[in-house]
Design a protein around this ligand. Structure first.
Ligand code: NDP
Length: 506
């Protein structure tokens, strides 16, 4: 594994105590030394302090509370943002209600579409600024924020702009109506993209929104609020309330909210379901996952290895649909694991703003502690832990890519969502056994299948209990494609025509 910035001598080795595995270095030749290629951070202007975005304007929280947001790669404080309390939630919901009744609800769909197109175009124009800010606040590699998060966020606005004037043809009856005010709570793993997933369909359908970004990653949502101003979006149509979990709880419980949309942990999702039960609010929950990525013996192994790496090490594994359980057919298990280890040896961990970086920082100390705790449990329960030799930067929150073999289905690392760069490997002999093991989870968000046979792909897709099944690929997203889960992964779909249903009274 390559340390970022080529500063191998200047960083301390943290991987060995974490991984006990520095002896298993598997390299296919001499690794290339890349020159550092840092993206300039000058393009992103970070204000020392941000207010709440209510009624089209930024202003302080009623009680003046502030939260710090830090760069997880360095622990440097980036800014302070207002922490919204109950009075601010009241104000934001009232602004959204007013905008819904006076402006946005009555506005023809074709007019709403123009605003969404405008936001999409501004996101494209300011893409580099957004990508740098996202990588600074979240810790994800610039390659991912630049090539995945930001373009997909813009694509969602473009896609739903196209639906805004066609709602009566979307299959939800002749005159589907918006619901009113949507309260939307999002997590820290894809901050801008999750904001786009929530806002774009809601606005296209004629609702107004109060968005609560995650405590650790508020900055791109606040920049998006500035984009709303730049696009002349009528005041109150989008409101952004930064704050902690209590802000989210106050928002979803607010009597003036008609629709609640949440992405985050299953635990908080259950709390929200209880808070909303019996209120008549429409609810969608996109929660955790423990996806199986199933590799059959006839799969093209090199492609499968790329898919495994993309499945669990993309975004440091902070992905609800991450392929965190590798199920590999016994006859090819050694070959697949050997090549996987070889490939992991070539990944580069380090400065998220370096364009060569594959693995960035863990988003928070709290999340790092959780990954460490579950990885220690994996070892204590008898699984074999491996990481490539790896030097971790001296400051910030880092975790070396980790593979556990010898995992049994009862291990915590096989059942609980780790939400980090940790892969649990299990084996199977027959397709039926693969399905049984893959479905042995309370979650049901996603799965992957790697095989040469089309008939087997179809058979697996029919039998896997997962909202999304990728075949010979992984972690592919498109605004036109619905996404969502079963069981403890939540309910409702986001994306595509299905994503409109959550925001329409149809
Ligand atoms: P949470 O589910 O706590 O956070 C998601 C969002 O909900 C954040 O904006 C959070 O605010 C907010 N929130 C927290 N408590 C409440 C509440 N009672 N009512 C309403 N909103 C609330 O996730 P965490 O960030 O705490 O991560 C914990 C674990 O959840 C992770 O380790 C991971 O396993 C899983 N997770 C799963 C995600 C997924 O997409 N499947 C996404 C994120 C996390 P705040 O940020 O201030 O806490």
């Amino acid at each position: 594994m390559q340390a970022g910035k080529g500063k191998r001598g200047a960083v301390r080795d943290q991987a060995a105590p974490d991984s006990r595995s520095a002896d298993v270095a598997v390299h296919s030749g001499t690794p290339w030394e890349y020159a550092p290629a840092p993206e300039s951070r000058d393009i992103a202007t970070i204000r020392p302090e941000y207010g709440l975005f209510i009624g089209g304007e930024f202003g302080p929280a009623a009680d003046g509370q502030l939260l710090e947001t830090v760069n997880p790669a360095t622990e440097e404080t980036l800014s302070q943002v207002a922490a919204a309390g109950a009075a601010d939630v009241d104000r934001a919901v009232a602004a959204a209600r007013d905008a819904y009744e006076r402006v946005w609800g009555p506005m023809p769909g074709a007019e709403r579409a123009k605003y969404l197109y405008r936001i999409a175009r501004i996101l494209q124009e300011r893409a580099r600024e957004f990508a740098v800010l996202e990588s600074l606040d979240n810790g994800k590699p610039i390659r991912e924020s630049r090539d995945v998060d930001i373009p997909l966020a813009a694509a969602h606005f473009f896609y739903y702009a196209g639906w805004a004037d066609k709602l009566e043809h979307a299959g939800f009856g002749r005159a589907p109506r918006p619901l009113g005010v949507a309260g939307q709570v999002i997590p820290w793993n894809f901050p801008l993209l999750m904001a786009a997933w929530k806002l774009a369909p809601a606005l296209a359908a004629g609702n107004t929104c109060v968005l609560k970004p995650a405590e650790t990653t508020p900055l791109t949502a606040l920049l998006l609020a500035q984009v709303c101003q730049q696009a002349d979006l009528p005041p109150g149509v989008v409101n952004v309330l930064t704050g902690a979990g209590e802000t989210g709880a106050a928002l979803v419980a607010h009597a003036g909210v008609n629709k609640v949309a949440f992405t985050g942990s299953t635990e908080v999702g259950k709390e929200i379901a209880r808070a909303v039960a019996g209120t008549g609010k429409k609810l969608t929950l996109e929660l955790g996952g423990k996806a199986a990525n199933v590799v059959f013996d006839d799969a093209p192994i090199d492609q499968a290895v790329e898919g495994i790496v993309n499945g669990i090490f993309f975004n440091q594994g902070h992905v609800c649909c991450a392929g965190s359980r590798l199920l590999v057919q016994e006859s090819v298990a050694d070959a697949v694991i050997g090549r996987l280890k070889d490939r992991l040896g070539s990944l580069r961990l380090g400065d998220p703003l370096d364009k060569n970086t594959d693995i960035g920082a863990i988003n928070s100390r709290q999340q790092l502690d959780k990954i460490r705790e579950l990885s220690a449990a994996g070892e204590a329960e008898g699984a074999e832990r491996w990481s490539p030799p790896c030097t971790l930067p001296a400051h910030g929150f880092w975790f070396a890519p980790t593979v556990f073999t010898g995992v049994s289905q009862s291990h915590r690392i096989a059942t609980e969502e780790i939400f980090g760069p940790v892969l649990s490997v299990l084996t199977f002999r027959t397709p039926q056994e693969a399905v049984t093991k893959a479905n042995n989870t309370p979650y049901g968000l996603s799965a992957g299948v790697w095989t040469d046979k089309g008939s087997r792909i179809l058979w697996m897709a029919q039998h896997l209990r997962a909202g999304v099944v990728w075949a010979n690929t992984y972690n592919k997203f498109d605004p036109a494609s619905p996404f969502g889960g079963y069981g403890e992964s939540g309910f409702g779909r986001e994306g595509g025509r299905h994503g409109l249903a959550a925001y329409l009274d149809a």
